[in-house]
Design a protein around this ligand. Sequence first.
Ligand code: HEC
Length: 249
Amino acid sequence: MFRLILIIAFMAGTTAAQEPDFTLSSPVALVDSGFLGFVLPRFSLKTGVRAEILPDTEPADISLNTQSGVPVMQGLGQQYFMMVEGQNTAQPQNAQRFADWLVSEIGKRTIEQFTLDGAQVFTASRVEVQGVAPIIFEGDAKRGEALSFTNCGRCHVIDPRNPMSGIGSTPSFGLIRGLPDWDERFMTFYLRAPHPAITQIEGITDPFDPARPVSIFPLSITQTEMEDILTYVSTIKPVNLGAPLVEHQ
Ligand code: HEC
């Protein structure tokens, strides 16, 4: 009986409407803690690649487990490893992409951003990883451009077409694009002030607290729209602040 309930709980957690791009098996503890529900949408936001979570008794493209593979993280009294199996999917590159991302610097930071009752739960394993593929955004840049103007352009200068709008002290998109970690900043913008109070991303942010007054212009976008924005921003010409900023790193 317990087993059945467990499987139903797993199935409820998957994206029923869409075919998954790869499958991931995981110990129950990682699902129950909310960790996978935290990490997977963030990965999907970046890549558009979606996972289905399976119980760890089932074969999957990637297994997170407590026995063997690449060390990923420690927490909840365990060391967790990752094994890429990959043979169960028609598109093994999707599983590989997640594997590369999870052990990349951004993946590690995402692992460590997960909290329970305000406390960090996992410490990412710091092992040398070779050949991590660069992230390529695959959204629709044209749509992303339009979305940037409508959603972000009232505060940010997006490009020379709105130089006089935007709020003076707010960095332009070109300026942020010129920073070495621009992608990280854009991916997490909804966590960085002043955005949290006005921003909702479907499936990622919690709903606004009904007890608190909400901006009269809330910014509400979907994960697909966010990926379109990231894709557009990746095409923006960076504004060069002058060589010293990057050269003396
Ligand atoms: C209400 C005004 C407002 C809106 C709307 C807004 N931003 Fe911002 N944004 C700001 C301000 C102000 C800063 C500078 C914050 C700082 O420097 O502390 C900022 C900074 C940023 C940064 C840099 C963060 C960092 O820490 O380096 C990114 C990335 C960003 N915004 C993305 C976006 C995106 C994407 C949108 C639209 C989907 C958007 N913003 C909409 C006001 C806004």
